[in-house]
Design a protein around this ligand. Structure first.
Ligand code: GAL
Length: 347
């Protein structure tokens, strides 16, 4: 199990490290136990997949694994899998879903542009008799309860972002000076937020800071700004913040690693040094940067585990088996300390 996580962390780091702008990278993440089994009876099943936008690092890693796992491990035929780019436009994505219905797909795996559209999308699919697996952007809990109470074939596969936020905060608490680099008795931070259409943005923001205050640390928020999960926006926000607040910035929290990558560029351009005069944490898979000491920490967002759980749920629906309405995959905390260990073991 440990070995598997290590392989995952490294593969994720390699792909993200290579594709700063969301190119599609091949991954070789191994299959796991826990799948519903390879099924040749899946070969003629049609799967409709729509990703909120292709130009997203993490969802590119996810999409790559999802397709690989469906074909290589579960026996779907690549020609029966259609993956659409939602292009960040819900109207466009809704059209894609209508086309999936018209073309008679057997199951859909949807990463909604707007999670608030889940009730209407669910109804559309349900009326057409097509089960839906939602991924990455969690619908409202009331909607999830409705699936269970009305026996609707819909489910959500994701990760509890409260956990990732808490890990980010703990990574700062675990530094030698607990984030208080200038010793003024409080941790002054900037928060670069993801697109709030994903509740991950809200939870990571809230719980990262909560981990500090829970540890009795006083905090000061210098700036909180939306970077929409985007590297270029992350860079701009941090560049401006460093100009405005200078040395008083002790911690940069980014809701994801793409923005942390942008933040790192701004930090290095400003002549600051991560882990010496500033801390930087993200979430997703930039383990290599942690190993290199260019980030204080990250939290591995297990796109392998999530992609496989989503595909397994789709298979269960196709086989007429019951699926829980909510399925969460754990995050993994990655600090300078254990990232180095991981590198050693796989060398
Ligand atoms: C988050 C992930 C982000 C971004 C977002 C898209 O879970 O950490 O990098 O991909 O999902 O909704």
């Amino acid at each position: 199990m440990k070995r598997r996580i290590m392989a995952l962390l490294l593969a994720g780091a390699m792909v993200l490290g290579m594709t700063a702008c969301g190119g599609s990278g091949g991954s070789t993440g191994g299959s796991t136990g826990g799948s519903t089994g390879s099924s040749s009876d899946m070969a003629d099943k049609k799967v409709g997949i729509s990703i909120y936008k292709f130009d997203d690092n993490f969802m590119t890693l996810y999409r790559t694994e999802l397709e690989r796992y469906l074909v290589e491990d579960l026996g779907f035929s690549a020609s029966n899998i259609t993956i659409m780019d939602g292009k960040g436009d819900q109207a466009e994505q809704t059209n894609q879903i209508q086309n999936f219905i018209a073309s008679g797909v057997d199951v859909m795996i949807l990463n909604l542009v707007q999670s608030s559209s889940a009730p209407s999308v669910t109804d559309m699919c349900n009326e057409a008799g097509i089960p839906v697996v939602y991924i990455n952007r969690e619908p409202d809990p009331a909607e999830e309860e409705r699936w269970a109470s009305e026996g609707i074939k819909a489910t959500y596969v994701g990760a509890d972002a409260r956990q990732s936020g808490t890990y980010q905060g703990e990574e700062i608490v675990e530094t030698a000076n607990k984030g208080d680099i200038n010793g003024d008795g409080k941790v002054s931070y900037i928060m670069v937020q993801g697109d709030p259409e994903n509740v991950d943005a809200q939870y990571r923001t809230e719980f990262s800071v909560k981990a500090l205050t829970d540890a009795g640390i006083e905090v000061e928020e210098l700036l909180l700004q939306r970077g929409d999960w985007d590297q270029a926006k992350g860079q701009q926000i941090v560049q401006d913040a460093l100009t405005q607040f200078g040395d008083s910035v002790e911690v940069v929290f980014c809701n994801n690693d793409a923005m942390a990558l942008g933040a790192l560029q701004a930090i290095e351009a400003a002549g600051r040094k991560v882990n010496e005069d500033i801390y930087l944490v993200g979430v997703d898979a930039l383990v290599q940067n942690v190993v290199d000491g260019r980030m204080t920490g990250t939290v591995f967002n297990d796109h392998f585990g999530q992609a496989q759980a989503a595909a397994d749920a789709a298979v269960k629906f196709l086989k007429g088996e019951a699926v829980d309405p909510v399925n969460m995959v754990d995050y993994v905390k990655v600090t300078t300390e254990n990232a180095a260990e991981i590198l050693e073991k796989v060398k």
